[in-house]
Structure formats: C-alpha cells, structure tokens
Write a protein of this length. Structure first.
Length: 258
C-alpha cells in the first residue's frame, strides 16, 4: 500500500511590535483512491508502425473497452479500475494519465480518448523504456490497486532481453502482479516477450498475425485482465501462453509495498 504522507509545517512564535503571532499549517495529503485493478497500457509507436497501423492499434484498444463483457466487469467490481496509457519508441512517456473507470460512461469516455489520441511520436524501439515508464506510473499515482498489471504491445523486440528482464524483475519486486504482452506479426517478437517481458502468475503472451488481427487479440487480452472473459485464443490466428486467467474476485489482495 502506498504511504499516506502527512505534510505539516509549524511556525514558531514571532514577536513584532509587542504582538506575538503563532502561525501554523497542517495538511494531510489526500489518501490514494482504492481500486480493484491498476492497469498500465504500454503501447509501441516506433517507426516500424505506420500511421494506418497506429490507428488500427488504437482502434483495437478502444474497441476492447467498448465490449460489453469488459464494461460489465468494470462496473460490477467493488471500486472500479484505474488505467493509463504509456507510449514508447526510442523513449517513452505517459500519454494518457490514470483514469478511474467505475461507470459505463467512464469506460466509454476512456475508449473515446484512446480512439482519438494523436500519435505522440516515432523512432526506434525500446520495450524496456516503455516498461520502466509504465512501472514508474504504477508506483507513483493517486490510486491504490488490489492488483497491478502492466500490458505491453508492439511489433519489435528492441529493448527486450536483459534490459526488459531487469525492469520485469524490478516490477515484481515492487508489487506488480502480472505483466502481459501481445506481439504483432512476429513469432520472434512474441518469443522475446515470453522470455524477458511477461511475468507473474497466469501471465501470457499473445501473437496477432497482423494489425487487422490486433483488435481481436487486444480484446481478449483486456477481457482477461479485467476478469471478464475466456483468454483462450481464436484458433489459427492467436497464440496464448500461460493458461487461463482468474477473475478479479479470485486475486489475493496484494498492495503496493509501504
């Protein structure tokens, strides 16, 4: 659980023209908002992804959050979920800040935000950098999730291997429950994600054979992550590793380390 910080400044007595003045200020920082899941979407926007492919990728994420199974699971949870989006190429940054989704309107508005989000840049591929920004965002936000999930997608393996594995291990050590991934077009990339990106009980790597398949892949991925659907892949088009995922209610409460 995140620390709740108390910031307090107390000023001593001051005497001016024979008048003693006591000035004090004490303010407790607003405690983090409890949520069932904190989910960081870590999205590849490197140069190998064309403008039309970027649009297909974001359409896929938006469509996933518009699925009724996803909406029902989020609105039926105890405290809702908090989701952000991190975009990576050679470097990475948080493009969409953590958003608290509790109602159907919340979920649909977030889907629209994803659908209409302008591409933030291009460049090379550094998966580890995207993961690091995603991890930092999970550990430093205004929410306290029972379950913490990182969700990586991309079509390149740059920044995997030892660099990604180091961030993966750091994430697990700091209370992240699972890191899942979907690779686009490349079994080699999927294998790299399996070897150095995914982690945690029931984590998985998916393969979307091309960008047109991405919507199906990410829909299954998001449903699995919010506990609202069967993660078994579409035969012949998607590959799933790691077995079935549990629903929200089956996860043991696991909080950020104090």
């Amino acid at each position: 659980m995140k620390k709740t910080l108390l910031r307090c400044a107390v000023f001593g007595f001051a005497t001016l023209a024979g008048v003693s003045v006591l000035s004090s200020e004490s303010r407790a920082q607003t405690p983090p908002t409890p949520v069932d899941i904190e989910l960081s979407l870590i999205i590849d926007v490197s140069g190998s992804i064309s403008g039309s492919e970027y649009n297909l990728q974001m359409d896929g994420y938006a469509s996933a959050f518009r699925q009724q199974a996803v909406i029902d699971r989020i609105t039926g949870s105890t405290n809702g979920i908090a989701v952000n989006a991190v975009f990576f190429a050679s470097s990475a940054s948080e493009g969409i800040a953590y958003t608290h989704l509790q109602t159907e309107a919340d979920v649909l508005q977030f889907a629209d935000t994803l659908d209409n989000f302008a591409r933030p840049g291009s460049g090379g591929t550094n998966v580890a950098q995207g993961m690091q920004v995603g991890l930092d965002s999970l550990l430093n936000n205004d929410f306290d999730g029972t379950t913490l999930i990182m969700d990586v997608s991309g079509d390149g393996s740059g920044g995997t291997g030892s660099a990604a594995a180091s961030v993966r291990d750091d994430a697990l050590a700091n209370g992240v429950d699972r890191i899942n991934a979907v690779a686009i077009e490349s079994e080699f990339v999927r294998q790299a994600f399996e070897d150095s990106v995914i982690a945690g009980p029931n984590s998985f790597a998916l393969l979307a054979s091309d960008f047109s398949e991405f919507e199906t892949a990410i829909g299954r991925k998001i449903r699995a992550e919010v506990g609202g659907g069967d993660p078994v892949p579409v035969p012949g088009s998607l590959l799933l590793l790691g077995g079935g995922l549990l629903g929200l209610g089956a996860f043991a409460a696991r909080r950020k380390g104090a």
